[in-house]
Design a protein around this ligand. Structure first.
Ligand code: DAH
Length: 339
C-alpha cells in the first residue's frame, strides 16, 4: 500500500506538467480524488490493515491527498493566469486602426440663415419677441386694420380653427402683442412659422417662415426705416448691394413699400436669378398705421414707427441656390447633409 501511495504521487507529479486546460485538470482530479479515483481506492482498502499499520498508511494517504489538492489548486491558478495573459495579448489596442465615424447632426439651412439674420438685428440693438402660431383672428387681422370682409383676408388663404382662431398667416400679429405689453421705445424682431392654405409646389408651401421687425419711438420716420433696412441688407449681401423702395399697400402700414435689392448674382445687369430684371424683391415694409397704434393704446400723435416682414425661405434659397422650396421640409438627409 505504501508503494501504491508513492506510485500515485509519482504518477500524478509527472502527469501534472502535461496539463494545459481546466478541463484536463478536472479529469485529473476525478482520476485521483474522485469517488472511483486512485487515492479513494487505496483509502477504501485501509479497512483491512492491522491496527499498527493503519495510522502510518493513513498519515501517508493524507499527505498524498494534501499534495494532490495543493497541486490542483496551484495548477488551476497557473492555467487561469495564462489564459488571462493570452486574452490581454490578443486584445491589445491597435492605434493604427481607422476609427469609427461618429455621425453628427448639423444645423438645418433655414436655422443657419435665421441665426445670421437674428445676429444682424441683435447687433443693431433689436430684441427678440415671440408669439403663438395658433392666433386669435383679432391679432392676425382685426388689430392690424384688416376687418372682416376686407379683401386682404382673401389673399392670405387662412386656415381657420374656429370663427375667432386661426393659424397665423403672418408674423405681424406679434407686433400687436408686443405693443400691448410694452411701452415705446420698442425695437424687436420676431421670427417663426406662418401658415397658408396653399397647394404645394416649388415656390409654395402651407407652412413657411417670416421675420417681423418693429420699431416704435418718438420721431421715427421713413428715413429710419430705409437706413435700418440698408444696414441689414448690406450686412447680408455685401456693401455694394443697392435698395429700391416700390410703393405698395399693406393695411397695417401707411405708407407701405416693397423693397427690392440689386441682384447679388449679377450686380444688376440681369441674369437667370433675377429673371433679367437686375432687381430681386426681398421684403414688405412701411410706417405703422395710426389705427394699429391706437388699437394698442399708443398715441399716434406722440409716437410713430416702422415695421417690416421678410420671408426666410426666399433668403435661404437665394443664398444656397436652392430652386425648390419643398427641399426645406422633406428632411431628405441627402439634401440636408450638404450644409
Ligand atoms: N405681413 C406681410 C405679409 O405676410 C409682410 C409685411 C409687410 C410685414 C409689411 C410688415 C410690414 O410688418 O410692415 O405679406
Amino acid at each position: 500500500m505504501k508503494e501504491q501511495l508513492s506510485n500515485i504521487k509519482a504518477n500524478a507529479s509527472s502527469e501534472l506538467d502535461s496539463l494545459n486546460t481546466l478541463d484536463e485538470l478536472e479529469s485529473f482530479r476525478v482520476k485521483y480524488l474522485g469517488k472511483k479515483g486512485a487515492l479513494t481506492a487505496v483509502m477504501k482498502g485501509m479497512g483491512g490493515l492491522s491496527a499498527e499499520e493503519r495510522p502510518i498508511i493513513g498519515q501517508l494517504a493524507n499527505e498524498v491527498r494534501a499534495f494532490l489538492e495543493n497541486s490542483i489548486e496551484e495548477k488551476k491558478s497557473k492555467i487561469e493566469l495564462e489564459a488571462e495573459n493570452e486574452k490581454i495579448k490578443n486584445e491589445t489596442l491597435d492605434v493604427t486602426m481607422p476609427g469609427k465615424k461618429i455621425l453628427a447632426g448639423g444645423k438645418h439651412p433655414l436655422t443657419t440663415v435665421l441665426d445670421d439674420l437674428k445676429n444682424i438685428f441683435i447687433g443693431m440693438g433689436f430684441n427678440i419677441a415671440e408669439g403663438p402660431e395658433v392666433e386669435l383672428d383679432y391679432y392676425n387681422f382685426e388689430a392690424l386694420n384688416i376687418p372682416k370682409n376686407h379683401p386682404a383676408r382673401d389673399t392670405q388663404d387662412t386656415f381657420y380653427i374656429n370663427e375667432n382662431t386661426v393659424l397665423r398667416t403672418q408674423t405681424s400679429p406679434v407686433q400687436v402683442r408686443v405693443m400691448e405689453n410694452q411701452k415705446p421705445p420698442i425695437r424687436i424682431i420676431s421670427a417663426g412659422k406662418v401658415y397658408r392654405s396653399d397647394a404645394v409646389d416649388a415656390t409654395h408651401s402651407p407652412v413657411f417662415h417670416q421675420i417681423e421687425g418693429l420699431v416704435i419711438d418718438k420721431g421715427i420716420t421713413m428715413a429710419d426705416l430705409k437706413g435700418t433696412l440698408e444696414v441689414f441688407i448690406q450686412k447680408l449681401y455685401g456693401e455694394n448691394t443697392k435698395l429700391r423702395f416700390r410703393p405698395h399697400h399693406f393695411p397695417f402700414t401707411e405708407p407701405s413699400a416693397e423693397v427690392d435689392i440689386s441682384c447679388f448674382n449679377c450686380g444688376g445687369e440681369g441674369c437667370r436669378i433675377c429673371k433679367g430684371e437686375g432687381w430681386i424683391e426681398i421684403l414688405g415694409c412701411g410706417m405703422v398705421h395710426p389705427k394699429v397704434l391706437k388699437n394698442c393704446d399708443i398715441d399716434p400723435d406722440v409716437y410713430s414707427g416702422f415695421a417690416f416682414g421678410i420671408g426666410l425661405e426666399r433668403i435661404a434659397m437665394f443664398r444656397y441656390g436652392i430652386e425648390d422650396l419643398r427641399l426645406f421640409f422633406e428632411n431628405d438627409t441627402r439634401f440636408l447633409k450638404q450644409f
